[in-house]
Design a protein around this ligand. Structure first.
Ligand code: ADP
Ligand code: MG
Length: 227
């Protein structure tokens, strides 16, 4: 597979938090590739290393062993805001900003003109059926709505890779379904690859590929499929 098609490559990646007697080995010898168009469910029990691996693939964290590279996207500093979008498990909207301002923020940080950023944010909010919440503050909306606003924020920058860390973990069944639909639809229309970590079998069943983790290890050495 050519470099243009590989979004992320992990080679012998490990991550140990802390040192000495307090060290926790969260990830060991992870080898994986994620190709353009991949749709992956990252599954495993709590504490198996899913968030650690996602954060490394997002360039939010650096490995203590091995290397993470982004052959099709360039250097770590160029990933966010930009081609990599992250949806976090817990509340991640900025409390003093309205829903629309939250969705606009990554675009503004990327240098998109404010008027255009607003137009794009409103179009994305409309697509996710959130337009009527545009002027509300995060504390004025439900958890499910906030998580979908986080998805809108992630999709608004036209990412090439979306990494969602248990995005439905704190939601009920109906809201969880709505969030995963929004992610799949957004990835499809952006032409982005999507990785969703989850321990919900109904959510993982929505994605065609499964990467399984246990005790800090990937159980296979996956190479993401081309769409
Ligand atoms: P998962 O997302 O699958 O629940 P994590 O990647 O969050 O797993 O955690 C893997 C292991 O690393 C767990 O033992 C967890 O307690 C530990 N861990 C995660 N983050 C930190 C941190 N910042 N400091 C110390 N230990 C951590
Ligand atoms: Mg986690």
């Amino acid at each position: 597979m050519s470099a243009e098609e590989i979004l992320v490559r992990c080679a012998g990646v490990g991550r140990t938090y802390g040192s000495g007697a307090a060290a926790t080995v969260a990830l060991q010898d992870a080898n994986c590739e994620l190709a353009a168009g991949a749709r992956v469910a990252l599954v495993g029990p709590s504490g198996s290393g899913k968030s650690t691996l996602l954060h490394l693939m997002a360039g939010l964290d650096t490995p203590t062993e091995g290397t993470v590279t982004w052959p099709a996207m360039g250097a770590r500093a160029a990933l966010r805001p930009g081609p990599v979008a992250v949806v976090f498990q817990g509340p991640s909207l900025m409390a003093p900003l309205s829903v629309q301002e939250n969705v606009t923020l990554p675009l503004v940080l990327e240098g998109v003109d404010a008027g255009e950023a607003d137009d794009r944010a409103r179009a994305m909010l409309e697509r996710l059926d959130l337009l009527e919440l545009a002027d509300k503050l995060p504390e004025e909306i439900s958890g499910g709505q906030a998580q979908r606003a986080s998805v809108a924020r992630a999709l608004c920058g036209a990412p090439r890779l979306i990494l969602a860390d248990e995005p439905t973990g704190q939601l009920d069944h109906a809201n969880g379904g709505h969030v995963i639909e929004s992610l799949l639809e957004g990835a499809r229309s952006a032409g982005a690859a999507l990785v969703v970590s989850t321990h919900d079998p109904e959510i993982s069943a929505r994605l065609p590929e499964r990467w399984e983790m246990a005790e800090g290890r990937l159980l296979a050495e996956p190479v993401g499929a081309l769409s």
